[in-house]
Design a protein around this ligand. Structure first.
Ligand code: MRU
Length: 367
């Protein structure tokens, strides 16, 4: 997407690969919205640390980062022994897959790359297939978000107020975003609408990332405190909810997404407001049978006890807010059951969540 920072406008992807020096280039998302900076990771371990440290975050973006990280790790291997190479690739995959547990996209992305690599007869062939497949995964992520925009735009009517939670915008993908895809398509068609961004404590991805993205694209929006959505829904001020997801179960239609999504889905059902989840195909998990089987990341207590921001001199600072002697429980995600979801917006159309399984051949089951 186009980014205007300090008066200069340029187009960026969230993640890209520099083959000339085998490095992965990322937007340093922890600094946004106050600073726009690019960073590079020089080897697959640094790439995994960028995922676990949340330099890059969001299901599609960490999927593409893991894909590039796998290519990066494969390309760094020296030698011709295929067995040694395969052991090395296993370590690379394990390191990247365990960097964050809830989103399934990194695992699906790396499965794609490994399938492509298996077509190579030598280490050199497999290395170049890995690089091409990682690039293809990133390009497909962009194409999926574009297609989601084309399908989801039909849900947006003139004058609507749309609620979104966390960040399923372009920063959470390679470009465009899933929850934001329909918004950009509606804007391009001249539709007028307004977006409420849930602040999304504890890390505030809605307030810092989604709001920044929408401001960059001149989309009318306001940040609301997480607790404000029920009040606005009760007064008829929310007409539609669109969120992203970190893992959708193909068998049941249950949806893991940022903590607080379940609460919003319950509220939306109470007020009969349509609740949609927008995902690329890499977010579908065809294996797990129950929503409660999805691994939920437990995050550091510092996220709940305080917050990062900038001070009056523009320096980044952590401010402690909470009572210093209290403990913390900080689950990063929750699971919204299929019955609370109106539809899943995919690149191939909008499906009732419980009908994903019957369309599994079309939606790309390949396990
Ligand atoms: O912890 P994060 O920021 O990586 O969480 C991911 C998310 O931003 C959300 O859960 C999002 O809604 C789905 S990811 C496209």
């Amino acid at each position: 997407m186009n980014v205007t920072f300090r008066g200069r406008t340029e187009s960026y992807r969230t993640v890209s690969f520099d083959a000339s020096n085998n490095s992965v280039r990322l937007i340093e998302q922890r600094l946004l919205p106050h600073e726009f900076k690019l960073v590079t990771t020089k080897n697959f371990r640094e790439t995994a640390r960028a995922i676990s440290g949340m330099v890059v975050r969001g299901a599609g973006a960490i999927g593409a980062t893991a894909a590039y990280g796998l290519a990066q790790g494969a390309l760094a291997f020296r030698g011709r022994d295929l067995k040694k190479f395969s052991r090395h690739v296993n370590i690379v995959c394990h390191t990247l897959a365990t960097a964050r547990p809830t989103a399934v996209d990194p695992v699906n992305a790396m499965n794609d790359i490994r399938r492509a690599m298996s077509g190579g007869a030598t280490v050199a062939e497999q290395q170049s297939l890995a690089q091409a497949a990682a690039e293809a995964f990133a390009n497909e992520d962009v194409a999926h978000c574009e297609a989601i925009g084309r399908h989801g735009v039909k849900l947006i009517r003139q004058g609507m107020n749309i609620l979104t939670h966390c960040n399923a915008g372009w920063l959470a993908f390679v470009d465009i975003g899933t929850a934001t895809g329909p918004l950009y398509a509606a804007q391009a068609r001249g539709k007028k609408f307004h977006v409420f961004c849930d602040e999304t404590r504890p890390r505030s991805q809605g307030a810092s990332l989604t709001a920044w993205e929408l401001a960059q694209q001149n989309i009318s929006h306001q940040i609301i405190a997480d607790n404000a959505a029920g009040h606005l829904m009760q007064r008829g001020q929310v007409n539609l909810v669109i969120v992203g997801s970190d893992r959708v179960l193909g068998r049941t239609g249950d949806v893991a997404n940022k903590i607080g999504t379940y609460t919003k889905a319950v509220l939306a059902a109470r007020h009969k407001i349509p609740f949609y989840v927008a995902i690329p195909l890499s977010t579908i998990d065809w294996k797990l049978k129950h929503g409660f089987d999805i691994p939920i990341e437990d995050r550091d207590e510092s996220e709940v006890l305080g917050a990062w921001g900038i001070n009056a001199s523009g320096q980044r600072q952590y401010i402690r807010v909470a009572n210093p002697t209290s403990g913390v429980r900080n689950p990063g995600f929750d699971v919204t059951p299929a019955e609370l979801i109106t539809g899943i917006i995919t690149p191939l159309g909008i499906f009732p969540p419980k009908e994903l399984w019957q369309h599994r051949q079309r939606l790309g089951i390949n396990e």
